[in-house]
Write a protein that binds this ligand. Structure first.
Ligand code: KG4
Ligand code: ZN
Length: 343
């Protein structure tokens, strides 16, 4: 007899995307994401506005996910939600909604760590051709985090290196802002870079020991370079936008790849994955494929929709925890944790 596969509703609201997903087994039946355009005006996420938008979006987004999946709320086995890390005002909306719905449906809750969820997105059935083999290394690169994680199982993950200052996504977004591009600038740098020369401009690379990263020096290097060039030519940025984007992207990707190669050498692990918003970057994806061809490493690159923030990754992580019985029933005291620890 075939056992019934668990149906998990995932809810994500850690930053500026409100998302709900319905998962059955390892298969995503719906993954609805409402992004917030309101922040473009301010050049970055405004926490107060993010929180308000989540409040407006959460009910319609969950309703849309249920409708698309053709799953009735009464069939859901558990609700997984992002407990942290993230912005307090944003997290609170998702957590409160998840608690209320779990109470109404009388089903368990599963608190999820946002960064672990980025990694476990690889196990969604249609995330890529095949799921990574354990142990693998995952470069997790987002707007708030940059980490190299050794993943021994869905439940055992060790951080081998992390940024000591800015995250890679932050480096992309801050560089984009200096070039006059709107927020979030990472995808725009990626687009402009396609028409540029990555070796046209040179920026300083950090010299940080071990597997940790640093991006604040690069930010300063770009700032001073643009300031000096604009003294000579006011229109320097406009005239050189594609080359500047290509050179900045090349520098960030080189920093990421060199540490990842070091981690692979140190651990002997040849299964390499990427996760998080910056893993949508085309140069990073290409650099990984080139490395795979040359050094016989196996790389795992998820579909774009599972790279940036989404609730599908929360649902699949919830499923792994559900199988282990790591659920909470009668959830009156569970709360959002903006600095949720990596345990
Ligand atoms: O994981 P994510 O959606 O949200 C956080 O948890 O932070 O990551 C967002 C980050 C932003 O910094 C955005 O600029 C960056 O991912 N990003 C990219 C690309 N797409 C998104 N950076 C470079 N190239 C891209 N194609
Ligand atoms: Zn994220």
């Amino acid at each position: 007899m075939k056992t019934k596969q668990a149906i998990v509703l995932g809810i994500e609201s850690s930053c500026d995307d409100t998302s709900a997903a319905v998962l059955c087994g390892n298969k995503i039946l719906a993954n609805v994401v409402a992004s917030q355009d309101v922040h473009v005006l301010y050049g970055g996420v405004v926490p107060e506005l993010a929180s308000r938008s989540h409040q407006e979006n959460i009910v319609p987004v969950v309703q849309a996910a249920l409708k698309k999946s053709k799953i009735d709320a009464s069939s859901i086995d558990a609700i997984a939600f992002t407990q942290g890390p993230g912005l307090m005002g944003s997290l609170v909306v998702g957590v409160s909604f998840a608690k209320a719905l779990a109470l109404a449906l009388d089903i368990p809750l599963i608190p999820v760590h946002h960064m672990k969820a980025h990694i476990l997105a690889h196990f969604i059935e249609d995330a890529q051709n095949s799921a990574p083999e354990f142990p693998f290394l995952c470069l997790t690169v987002s707007g708030g985090h940059t980490q190299i994680v050794q993943v021994n199982s869905a439940h055992e993950m060790t951080i081998l290196g992390k940024t000591i200052d800015d995250a890679a996504g932050e480096a992309f977004d801050k560089a984009a802002k200096m070039l006059g591009l709107p927020y979030p600038g990472g995808p725009l740098i990626d687009q402009h870079a396609k028409n540029g020369n990555p070796l046209a401009h040179t920026f300083s690379k950090p010299k940080i020991a071990g597997l940790d990263f640093s991006f604040s020096g690069l930010k300063t290097s770009i700032l001073y370079y643009l300031r000096d060039q604009k003294i000579k030519d006011q229109d320097f940025i406009e005239k050189n936008l594609a080359d500047l984007c290509a050179s900045i992207q090349y520098t960030i990707v080189s920093i990421l790849i060199s540490k990842l190669k070091q981690a692979s050498k140190d651990t002997g692990i040849k299964h390499i994955a990427i996760a998080g918003g910056v893993s949508a970057n085309s140069e990073l994806r290409q650099a990984l494929l080139t490395w795979a061809d040359k050094d016989a490493v196996k790389v795992y690159i998820p579909k774009f929709e599972y790279c940036t923030d989404n609730a599908a990754m929360i649902a699949i992580t919830g499923k792994f925890l559900f199988e282990e019985g790591k659920t909470i029933k009668g959830s009156a005291t569970i709360s959002a944790d903006p600095r949720l620890a990596w345990k």
